[in-house]
Structure formats: C-alpha cells, structure tokens
Design a protein around this ligand. Structure first.
Ligand SMILES: *Cc1c(COP(=O)(O)O)cnc(C)c1O
Length: 417
C-alpha cells in the first residue's frame, strides 16, 4: 500500500470548502435549491424516471433558449465542450469559417476551426469593443465561399456584448450557418434563438444559470441537423458526434452512449425550474438593475468601465484599476477578509482591469452592497481618500430610481414547448 504524500496523512479527511461569494467571471454562486437537488439519490441514466426528467429538462432548455429546436439538450462537459461540439459537427475539413474575435473566447473558436481542418478567416475587433457588423459584412463579400460564421455574444474576457441578431442576419444573407457562444449571456441577457435565427448555440451551467460548472446546454437548428446528416467525412470526435449522441438524448428509445452525469443534471433541471418560475424577462431585468446600482457605486469609488455604455454586459463589469492601486493585493484582501472572489484581467488587460461578475444567483442586492463596502474599506486602508458609505449610498439611490419589474410574470403563463 502506498499513501498519497501531498499532505501529511494525518490531515487527510473530508474536504470542507469555505463559503465564498463568487463575483468573478464564473463560476457564480450556486443556488441552495440546486445544491440540494444534486444531493438526491443517484439514478441509472436509463431509468424511466430519470429519462422522464430529461424530457422536462429539454423543454426547460427550449424555454431558456427561446427556441422550438428539437435538438436542444445539455452536453456532459463544461462550456468548452459545447463549443467544441458545435465546431466538430459543423466544420468539415476544407471548410471556410469566419470567426469574429474581440477577446479570449473568439481566439479559442479559431483554434477549434483549425483543429477541424477548416480555414479560419478572422474578423478582428479591439478587446473591449463589440463585434463590428460592417467588418463581418466586408469579410463575407471578400470570402463568398464561407460556410459558417462564428462569434461570441457575451465576451467574458472583456465584458462586451455584441449584436447577435444583426450578426446572424448578415450571415444568413450570405447563406452561412452561425455558431454563437452564449456561455455568459444565457439567463442574464436576452438570447432569442428562433427570432434571431441562430443555427448552433452553446452555453454553460455556471455563469447566469446559478449552477455548478460541468454542463453545456446546446441547441441546433434543422439546417444544422441536415448538414451533419449529410457529412461526407465522419465527425472526428466519437464523444461529440451528434449522430451518435442523439441515440441517447434525441429519441424516446434511449440507448447507452455515455453514462450521463445524473446528479449534475438534477441540478441543471432545478436551476431551470427556478429560472422559469422567475421568468426570463425578470431575470434579465434583475441582472440589469443590479448592474446599474453596482456601476453607481463603482463610479463613486472612482472606477470607470472598459466597455462603452451601449455594449456593456450587466453580468460582467470590467473596470479599470485606479492608478496607484496594487490590483493583486486588492483581490487577495477581498478573498482573505471578505471571502469574496473577483476576476483579474486576461492577456493584455492583465493587471489593468478587474472583472466583477453579477451572474445568476450572484446577481443580488446583498452582493452589490458587500462588494462596494469591501472595496471602499480596502481602498481606504491603502491610503485612498474615500467618503465612508458613499458607494453603498450611490447604489441605493440607483435602486430607488430603477424599480424592479412587476412581480407577475407573463412568461409563467406561456406554456413551455
Ligand atoms: C466561461 C466561458 C467559456 C468556457 O466555458 P467553460 O465552462 O470554462 O469550459 C466559453 N465561452 C465564454 C464566453 C465563457 O465565458
């Protein structure tokens, strides 16, 4: 017998994670209802009781994506697997794909295209700016043989929201399919798959859906299904081949493909029930309202946004680190003294910005107030002049002038598909 030697054996035992407040770029806080759903007894992945729940889960996802696409289900794996699932099925060797890049995740899309044997034509925008529709239009004119257009709706690396409706409309006019990353937007900002005619879309469980990481909701249009059915070459990934996976998720006679993460799926089901109870419009409005209040507080503390107002994501606030402040030390103090996690900048923005997430269950008044007060104290300790209580007061004034949506939700009366 060998004993693991990473910690003295006497200290090894049950892991008790500390209770954090997660206000970074994801994961966000998991709702207690979701955690308790996940703690229920494990079922077999072919148990009729479980497969009934899977059908409900698919309906709830159709509601969340606002689509009637039959091919709507959660992929077993984080958002990156959903991303890869879209590319491996849609991109054939030799295909030309336009990828719009305005941050980290657009860069990963390029990598995916290349690994599928496709050619990526890159439409570049500045980090912090939304995707420029004119640039996409120009690239499509210059590359009439393009088959697919891919872009990130909500760039989590910068906090910029692009106009998905317009970008999809342009792609369609040029007879291209679209792949849209909505990992950070789904549940927090409007996403309308059918109305915007999105062909392939993926998201993640851990951003605005109040769930732990590990599942990736996806939805494919009939045009995608047809393209995958008519592929000449096999999908290079066995696990992500849509044709094989549908034997489990697609039909009523379920056959074994892989062992679905049953307890994780209970959690997503519960999270989506909660979103349905709240109503999508109400969730979007809640994210916006908490953002407005948080922004008022941050501005009082002398912090400005990276992204211009019209393209700002309410659920991901990227702000410049004030001059003379040690940004790493602030994050350390927030974590050590307040058990509060926020995000740092990536790439060229490392050391220059912070990323404050107000996603899913983390998007609430208590978190806005906690974070503003914590920042105020930490800044004050670092020798910056701040008026005690001023950030929280600004947030409360903003709440007062932006009342919450009325409680009765029209979404609740809509039957789910
Ligand atoms: C978080 C994120 C991903 C990746 O999701 P993982 O669950 O970390 O694999 C992809 N795209 C965007 C925009 C994201 O924010």
């Amino acid at each position: 017998m060998t004993t693991p030697n990473f910690r003295p054996a006497a200290q090894i035992g049950t892991f008790y994670p500390p209770q954090r407040v997660l206000m970074g770029p994801g994961p966000s806080d998991t709702h207690p209802r979701v955690l308790s759903a996940m703690a229920r007894p494990t079922l077999g992945h072919l148990d009729p009781v479980f497969t009934e729940m899977m059908e409900e889960l698919k309906s709830l996802l159709r509601y969340t994506f606002q689509t009637s696409n039959l091919l709507t289900f959660p992929v077993s794996g984080p958002g990156s697997v959903g991303m890869e699932m879209c590319f491996v099925n849609l991109v054939n060797p030799g295909d030309k794909v336009i990828v719009c890049r305005n941050g980290v995740f657009g860069g990963r899309m390029i990598e995916n295209v290349q690994r599928c044997g496709g050619t990526a034509v890159v439409v570049e925008d500045k980090w912090g700016a939304p995707v420029d529709p004119q640039k996409l239009e120009d690239a499509l004119k210059q590359n009439p043989d393009t088959q697919v257009v891919a872009f990130v709706h909500a760039e989590t690396s910068t906090g910029a929201l692009s106009d998905a409706r317009l970008l999809c409309e342009i792609a369609q006019r040029h007879d291209c399919l679209t792949i849209v990353d909505t990992v950070t937007s789904l549940g927090g900002s409007p996403v309308q798959v059918d109305e915007w005619k999105i062909d392939a879309i993926y998201s993640g469980s851990q951003k605005c859906l109040s769930c732990p990481p590990g599942l990736s909701p996806i939805s494919f249009s009939e045009r995608v299904a047809e393209r995958v059915r008519n592929r000449k070459s096999k999908v290079q990934s066995w696990f992500m081949d849509l044709n094989l996976l549908l034997g489990y998720w697609g039909t009523s006679t379920r056959t074994y493909h892989h062992t679905a993460p049953t307890n994780a799926l209970y959690g997503l089901h519960e999270a989506l029930v909660m979103l349905y109870e709240e109503g999508l419009e109400h969730s979007w409005a809640r994210h916006r309202r908490n953002h407005i209040a948080f922004k008022a507080g941050l501005e009082t503390l002398g912090m400005g946004y990276l992204v211009e107002e019209a393209a700002r994501l309410p659920q991901l606030n990227s702000v410049h680190v004030p001059a003379g402040i040690d940004e790493k030390e602030v994050r350390r103090r927030l974590l050590d003294d307040y058990s509060l996690e926020i995000g740092a900048g990536l790439g060229d923005l490392a050391g220059k910005i912070w990323r404050f997430g107000l996603m899913g269950y983390s998007s609430k008044v208590e978190n806005v107030v906690l974070c503003l007060n914590a920042l105020e104290t930490v800044f004050s300790d670092m020798g910056r002049k701040v008026e005690p209580g001023s950030a929280e007061a600004a947030a409360h004034r903003a709440y007062a002038s932006h009342p919450a949506l009325q409680q009765s939700s029209p979404a609740k009366e809509e039957a789910i598909a």
